[in-house]
Design a binder for this molecule. Sequence first.
Ligand code: AOF
Ligand code: ZN
Length: 374
Amino acid sequence: MVPSSDAVNWFPEDHRFMAHALRLAEKGLYTTDPNPRVGCVLVQGNEVVGEGWHQRAGGPHAEIVALRDAGERARDATAYVTLEPCSHHGRTPPCADALIEAGVRRVAVAMQDPNPRVAGRGLERLRRAGIDVSCGLLWQEAERLNPGFIKRMRSGLPFVRSKLAMSLDGRTALASGESKWITGEVARQDVHRLRARSSAIVTGIGTVRADDPLLSARPDEATDLEQPARVILDSRLRSPANARVFRQAGRTLVLTTASDPPARQALLNAGAEVLEVQPDAAGRPELTAVLRLLGRMEFNEVLFEAGATLNGALLLAGVVDEWTVYLAPCVLGDEARGLFRLPGLAGMADRQELAIVDARRVGRDMRLILRPCG
Ligand code: AOF
Ligand code: ZN
């Protein structure tokens, strides 16, 4: 677990340098999958002598980039790292060893690595080498950088977001199913950033058939972005093989409970991967089984962009960690659909409650971020 930073007497400048390392880590927001976003700053006296961040899996870790940047000036420096330096031989050799060899004198870490292959052993290795090591500085901020990586390492499941857009009267689509463009351009850009940081975008067959969405990430600022995988929950394999999702860069997975060889072959021919998952009582893909599968595929953050049926099921299953709801200042009227298709309630006591953790204006719309209660 993350130790409280109260036990350590941090110097005032420690916060500034760790904040710098956190900003560097954020540069990997769209590219480090399935690895975490990590930043590192090397400091001599009050001067930054090296900085680095992890860019992509297989590439050098943040500490190695910073050590290369500092060269000889790494000797006797303090290293600020947003995640415990690794102790294992993965795609790259251990960063703890590299820091020791470079002669770093002190290492300040924001949080322990939840990866069971590291889990405190990196800190231990540094301490045994006589380095002054302390952990817990700005750990909440460090955790916020990697909700998916942390949850997957601790539970095997990805961090789950669901994005919804609704009118002032709480409607999401017209009765016809038409649901495009309720929100304005700024909110749509915001969604592209959410997609870009996600390992996968998940939707239901209903949305694919009604909207024929691209489900690609097109944020203004990202250039070398790897497209998130698209995941379609399609119990009866009714995805049209000519749907636009199959023509995007990157992977498209169809998760089904049916074994319908001709339909399967048509989707394979369209470039999709088709996987059978356990059905729930209604014959639909069981949501926890779906999430376990996505966790095994090393997806850190997954984003549901689905209609009322799937969102109702997600709410009832209690598997969503964060709801992002865009509220557009328009009125769609009583015939339009609500956000969640759910059985009627017998009374107020049965209502589903969520907690608002952030509310802000995004262009002409509002954005609410909600978490489950308790
Ligand atoms: C660090 N610094 O910048 C990152 C770390 O397969 P590898 O070699 O890239 O190792 C990936 C694991 O290393 C990852 O699961 C996490 O535990 C740690 N990531 N560690 O010291 C970094 N990206
Ligand atoms: Zn490392």
